[in-house]
Design a protein around this ligand. Structure first.
Ligand code: PMP
Length: 425
């Protein structure tokens, strides 16, 4: 039965059946978490041995003679730069290999521009009211960084190919206070969309009123394919160079969901001019980052091939979980015409668009049954989804059995919320 086409009487009967099932679930005292994109314990175990990748003191010297136990190697050790250079397809001299968190690097880059300006002689962003473009649904922590610095967040809808570029171009063309934009260009959080070449080209070639407009290109899922035929993201600096706009881009990535979350290595890639400027400021901020950890990572993988083999093992664990959730949606939601969902080829999320006005109610019903979801609205600036329709599903953390149960509960709650909404109309 497609709920949209059902009579009030049919919907009422369906709702009663669904509520009986809801009661059955409520006595199970479930405790299931699909809220944050965390690797499961068996994924963490894949990195067993990394803590022993550098054991003896004699192993602490890098290929260019840096002793990783000591100060030095401010912008990262060569072994780590080479690994990231291969991952991102960006020359090593455009990289800054830093600490354990890419989000931290994004925050710092934002803060630098707020306090000191985006480049030599440029006015600090913080000296005037600024706006930031937020493709949505998107990553709540990105929006949080720009929000805490006082930027006005401007939502831009995501399409199948990336952000709505007609809108982006129209917005940045005349408004000098729009200083930048968040992007998760590959397996976007949460839509799973990978930007196509036209989108990348338009982003780096579009005229912007602000000379200091910056794209925060968070390539967090650059190597996180779930299947053999992964998406291919065009390398942004190669295209930006054609237009002389390399300074427009800061690219970020980390090995957080490769080895250990909060214990990996993060990188920023940018133009040589931006890098020199950022380094001058960062030199006052720290002496160097944890190079022992950088060396451990480089030695553990031994190069890009080792890393790719490691990511295949992650995919073997993750892909069946994504498949399980999507199968459940197809079995339990599709026959009733409830919602639309992404089928990502990588990344950590499934984006579920429910009928307008039902996401919050679905979330609340799930909470009652012990299934924790990311709050409805979290994927939008200020936590407000104007359609109240999007939910971000993170299938990685629960076990496959738990996941099946959690997905069933979610479908049940979405169906209840949809019936209630239609009956109230
Ligand atoms: N960027 C995106 C798009 C993410 O989804 C996440 C983690 N959920 C991060 C950054 C955080 O990365 P890190 O641990 O390196 O700060």
């Amino acid at each position: 039965m497609i709920y949209q086409n059902a009579t009030k009487q049919e919907l009422q009967e369906e709702l009663e059946l669904l509520r009986d099932r809801f009661e059955e679930y409520s006595i199970l005292n479930l405790k299931l978490d699909m809220s944050r994109g965390k690797p499961a314990a068996d994924q963490l175990t894949l990195s067993e041995g990394i803590l022993k990748a550098v054991v003896e003191d004699s192993e602490c010297i890098t290929e260019n003679g840096i002793d990783v136990r000591n100060y030095g190697g401010f912008d990262g050790i060569p072994e780590a730069k080479r690994l990231f250079s291969e991952i991102l397809g960006v020359p090593a001299d455009m990289l800054f290999v830093g600490g354990v968190s890419s989000l931290n690097m994004m925050y710092d880059a934002f803060a630098r521009n707020m306090i000191f300006g985006a480049g030599e002689g440029m006015k600090p962003w913080g000296q005037g009211g600024i706006k930031f473009l937020c493709p949505c649904p998107g990553y709540d922590r990105h929006f949080g960084v720009s929000q805490i610095f006082g930027a006005e967040l401007i939502p831009v809808p995501m399409t199948e190919k990336g952000p709505d570029m007609d809108l982006v171009e129209a917005l940045v063309k005349d408004d000098e206070t729009i200083k930048g934009m968040w992007c998760v260009p590959k397996y976007s959080n949460p839509t799973g969309v990978t930007f196509d070449e036209e989108t990348v080209r338009r982003l780096v070639s579009m005229p912007t009123a602000a000379a200091d407009f910056r794209i925060f290109w968070d390539n967090a899922y650059c190597i996180h394919d779930l299947y053999e035929d992964g998406d291919v993201l065009p390398e942004i600096f190669t295209i930006a160079r054609e237009y002389g706009n390399e300074d427009r881009v800061y690219e970020f990535a980390s090995l957080a969901k490769v080895t250990y979350c909060g214990g990996s290595v993060a990188v920023m890639a940018t133009s040589k001019a931006n890098l020199a400027y950022a380094k001058k400021i960062m030199a006052k901020q720290f002496i160097c980052h944890d190079k022992v950890n950088q060396l451990r990572h480089a030695r553990f993988f031994g190069g890009i091939e080792g890393l790719r083999a490691h990511m295949k093992k992650h995919a073997e664990i993750l892909a069946p979980k994504f498949d399980c959730v999507i199968e459940t949606f197809e079995r339990s939601l599709a026959p009733h015409g409830v919602g639309k969902w992404s089928r990502p080829k990588g990344g950590y999320f499934i984006s579920l668009d429910l009928p307008e006005g039902t996401a919050k109610r679905t979330h609340a019903l799930c909470t009652q049954l012990g299934v924790v979801l990311t709050p409805a609205g979290a994927t939008f600036p200020y936590g407000v989804d104007p359609m109240d329709s999007n939910l971000r599903i993170a299938p990685s953390f629960p076990t496959p059995e738990e996941l099946r149960g959690a997905a069933e509960v979610l479908c049940l709650c979405a169906r209840i919320a949809t019936c209630e909404k239609l009956l109230a109309n």
